[in-house]
Structure formats: structure tokens, C-alpha cells
Ligand binder design. Structure first.
Ligand SMILES: Nc1nc2c(ncn2[C@@H]2O[C@H](COP(=O)(O)OP(=O)(O)OP(=O)(O)O)[C@@H](O)[C@H]2O)c(=O)[nH]1
Ligand SMILES: [Mg+2]
Length: 471
């Protein structure tokens, strides 16, 4: 394999399906824009651009896209009332056409039908929507979304408060939850199933932060409907609701051709720097954070990652000093042509030494590459939580994420050491799949618990120094 073949898997997938394409249908005010905001982390300002009220005219063909999340395109339909046959047929025709498109990128990867929970005795379903759901039954990747769950909760809680004022807090919460569940059955699930013959998946959501897990659930239901790998990856990358889905997307991409290649013979002799540059591109792409300044693709970030990993490059224990920078400068001065790098030469000297060699199938290489993939993924996981309010990634965020990961690094690296240590020394017999599976297991074991998130600690606006990472 030569360098030209070594391109990020995400670039290949992106050619096939660069964006998740989703149709959102629902009455004006049903909460479509709020939902899009929650799932894709798109700013409120952009949301007002797609309000039907502010635009008046509505065009399902229009592709709505956002600078802050380039991995999604939305078609927004305000739905149709009973008797709006013309409008309904337009939407049906649109869906039919899109289902038959040859190019995966042009097809609809999901249709979210948004129905406001009728908490104040309004109507759940219009006849028009019923007809639409019947007409496309089974052929389209529909998920039904019952919106504004918080308003139902408020109503149930206030009624319960009036009726049962003597309950203590825990009992109140339990009762309220039970009553909300049964109200959802009664107001949404049962009437929906009675009216619609087809078995569409559904979920009740709201735009409140405390319901983030339900937004995650919606994304999971949507992914279950994606039967083409590249579409699955596109949707998983586009969403910003669930870190675990980015981790899964990472592992799925990792299983493809070239991650496995890292653990087989095809990359022998290539520059490790080139390999990790490609790996970094893939992992950063999969997380799809708002990185307008491209800090995550910068040399500075790469330097810090390679230093995080360097304790795996030798059999010595963490904490022993490294004199790598000195050695790297020296070897660079002696044999500059040995490093076919695009990055400015000065940046190269800061990279840890293990990066500046060519790839060999040794236990050291295996430990370092596994470490690189795992460390970067766990740093991205922390960044996901730190920038969850959709702010752009900053150096401060990156420092915080690195510091948080560093506090957990010893355990992660111990696991990598132990696993590689027990392999037989004839690594040519290594099944690449085992290494990829192990990477996935370690990441899932050490990723952040969504309920805890990543603690925000004081941090600098300047990049954390390499020396302090080595301590
Ligand atoms: N309490 C609560 N309000 C919500 C929720 N979702 C949306 N809203 C509010 O409901 C109103 C309408 O929400 P939008 O998201 O703009 O509705 P839409 O379906 O996009 O409406 P159009 O763009 O007119 O078709 C706004 O004032 C939102 O703030 C929710 O989950 N809970
Ligand atoms: Mg809207």
C-alpha cells in the first residue's frame, strides 16, 4: 500500500454520503425546529431562519444546512390538515422520489413525524397525517416523535400536587413519573396504534435539557432504520445528542479496511506520522464538534496527543523521564528526508519520538497505535461534554479535556499494556479484528458516564505545555 491509498475512511464515506438527510414533518408550532436544534446542536439563530411563520412560504424541496454542523441537511414540512390533499400529495411525491434516488446521499435517511402531545385536549393526529402514514407505510424510515413532553409533565405534576399534597418528595416524583407514563399511553400511544396500522417506532421528547436521554433514544431509533452502512455512519456523525453513538461510529469505521490494516502487514514501512494523521482525521470527523478554528486538526493538538501516548512506546513504567525531543531534533537534523511530512518542520520536532519512525509490527507499535486511537477518542469524549452547549471548541476546552483524560490515563494504559503483553511475540499471527475489538472495549469501559459528564476545571487559554503532560 502506498500513501495515496492511505486516506481517511471518513473521506471515502463522505463521498458516498456526506450528510444525513432528514425530513421533519409537523404542524407549525409542533416543535420541529426545537427538535432539530436539540439533535444536531444547531444554534437558535439558525432555527428562526426555518420558521414557517417568519418565512410564510414553505418549500419541502429546500435543503436547510448549517455552518455549525455540516453533516446534516433538513427538509422541513409544516404538515397538512384534513382536506389539504394537494399539500399531502406533494409531500408523498417528494418522499417517493427521494426513496428511489440512486445516490445514497440524495435519499432520505429518516423522516420524523412530529406530533404535539395533546396535553390540553387538542387533537393528536390530523386525518392528513394519518393518510400520509398509511400511504408510505413500511417503505420509509419513519420515526414518530411526540413533542413537548415537559408540558404534559407540568400539567400532571400540578394536578398531583393539588390532589396529594401529603406526599414526600421521593413519593411525589415516583407517582408523577407513573402518571406521566400512563398519560402518554392514553393520549398518544394507544390512540396512535388504534388509528395507524403500521408499526412505526415512536418516542416522546422535549427540548428541555433533562430530557436529553430521550433525544438520544430518538437518534437510536433513527439509526435502527438505517440499513446502509454509510447512511448509518452519516446519521451517527451528524447527531450531537449521544457521545456513545460517536464512539460506536468510530469503532464501526475502525473495523473497516484500514484500522485493521494497522494491525496487519499492509502498513509496514510507512511513516507512523502519516498513519496517525489519517487516524486523527477520522476520529475528529466522527465526533463532528463545532471546531471552526480547526484546532483539532492542528499540529499543536497532534503534538500533545503523541506525548500522551509516549509512555506506551517503551516498556519502562510511566513517570520515567523521556528525552525524546532532543533525540527527535537530532535525528531530524541528520536525516530530514526520512520524514515525509506536510506539517511545518518545526512542529515535527515536538512530536514524541515514536511517531518519527516507520511502522513496524512490534508490540511497541501496537501499544502506541492502540493508545493513540483510545486516548484521542477519550479526549474527544470529554470535549463532547465540555462543548455540549454548542460552543466552538477552544484551546481551553482542549486543555480541560486533556487534563481530565490524563487523570484517568494510567488505568487505560495499564489495560493496553496488559493486553498487548499477553499476546504471543509472533505478532504475524495476530488477528487484526481482536485488536480492533479490544480498542472498542477499552473505550467503552473508560468513556464518560453521561450523567456525570466532564468536570470543568480552571484552565489556560494557551496550549498546555508538553513538559507538564510528561509529568
Ligand atoms: N415547553 C416546550 N416548548 C417547546 C418545545 N419544543 C418547542 N417548543 C416551543 O414551541 C414553539 C414552537 O416551536 P418550533 O420548534 O418553532 O415549532 P416548529 O414546528 O418548528 O414550527 P414552524 O417552524 O412554525 O413550523 C416555540 O415557542 C418553542 O420554544 C418543548 O419541547 N417544550
Ligand atoms: Mg420551525
Amino acid at each position: 500500500m502506498d500513501y495515496d491509498q492511505l486516506i481517511p475512511e471518513t473521506d471515502i464515506l463522505r463521498q458516498e454520503c456526506p450528510r444525513a438527510r432528514i425530513l421533519v414533518i409537523g404542524k407549525s408550532g409542533a416543535g420541529k425546529s426545537a427538535l432539530i436544534n436539540r439533535v444536531f446542536g444547531i444554534s437558535d439563530q439558525a432555527i428562526t431562519n426555518i420558521s414557517h411563520r417568519s418565512h410564510g412560504v414553505h418549500d419541502i424541496e429546500k435543503e436547510l444546512t448549517w455552518k455549525s454542523n455540516k453533516h446534516v441537511v433538513i427538509h422541513d414540512s409544516e404538515g397538512f390538515e384534513h382536506g389539504d390533499d394537494g399539500k399531502r400529495k406533494t409531500v408523498e411525491q417528494f418522499v417517493e422520489n427521494r426513496l428511489q434516488m440512486v445516490k445514497l446521499a440524495e435519499r432520505l435517511h429518516a423522516i420524523w413525524v412530529c406530533l404535539e402531545i395533546p396535553w390540553s385536549n387538542s387533537r393528536l393526529l390530523d386525518r392528513g397525517i394519518e393518510q400520509f402514514l398509511e400511504s408510505i407505510s413500511g417503505r420509509a424510515p419513519v420515526v414518530v416523535v411526540f413533542t413537548k413532553l415537559d408540558l404534559l409533565e407540568e400539567k400532571v405534576e400540578s394536578e398531583l400536587d393539588d390532589a396529594e399534597s401529603s406526599l414526600d418528595d421521593d413519593a411525589f416524583e415516583r407517582r408523577a413519573k407513573e402518571e406521566v407514563d400512563s398519560a402518554l399511553e392514553e393520549l398518544c400511544y394507544i390512540p396512535f396504534k388504534r388509528k395507524i396500522n403500521h408499526d412505526y417506532p415512536f418516542i416522546a421528547v422535549s427540548n428541555q435539557k433533562r430530557h436529553a436521554d430521550r433525544i438520544g433514544e430518538l437518534v437510536k431509533l433513527t439509526l435502527e432504520k438505517c440499513d446502509v452502512e454509510s447512511a448509518w455512519v452519516a446519521v451517527a456523525i451528524s447527531q450531537r445528542a449521544e457521545a456513545v453513538l460517536n464512539i460506536k461510529a468510530s469503532t464501526r469505521i475502525g473495523r473497516k479496511r484500514y484500522w485493521r490494516g494497522l494491525f496487519s502487514d499492509v502498513f509496514m514501512g510507512l511513516s507512523v506520522q502519516k498513519l496517525i494523521t489519517v487516524l486523527r482525521k477520522d476520529i475528529v470527523t466522527v465526533w463532528n464538534l463545532n471546531d471552526s478554528a480547526e484546532l483539532l486538526l492542528s499540529d499543536r493538538f497532534l503534538e500533545r496527543l503523541t506525548v500522551l501516548v509516549e509512555d506506551l512506546s517503551s516498556t519502562s513504567q510511566p513517570g520515567e523521564p523521556y528525552h525524546l525531543t532532543y533525540q527527535a531534533v537530532n535525528s531530524l537534523v541528520k536525516t530530514p528526508a526520512a520524514f515525509p511530512v506536510a506539517a511545518p518542520v518545526l512542529a515535527v520536532v515536538f512530536l514524541a519520538e515514536w511517531v518519527l519512525s516507520s511502522y513496524k509490527k512490534t508490540k511497541e507499535s501496537l501499544r502506541c497505535l492502540m493508545g493513540f486511537i483510545i486516548d484521542l477518542t477519550l479526549v474527544m469524549d470529554a470535549l463532547f461534554y465540555l462543548t455540549r452547549d454548542r460552543t466552538a471548541v477552544s484551546i481551553r476546552h482542549i486543555n480541560q479535556a486533556i487534563a481530565f483524560f490524563k487523570s484517568r490515563k494510567a488505568r487505560v494504559h495499564d489495560e493496553i499494556r496488559t493486553w498487548v503483553g499477553q499476546l504471543s511475540s509472533a505478532l504475524s499471527h495476530l488477528n487484526p479484528d481482536n485488536a480492533v475489538t479490544k480498542i472498542g472495549d477499552i473505550i467503552e469501559k473508560h468513556c464518560i458516564n453521561p450523567e456525570e459528564g466532564c468536570p470543568i476545571e480552571a484552565s489556560d487559554d494557551e496550549w498546555v505545555s508538553l513538559e507538564s503532560l510528561r509529568q
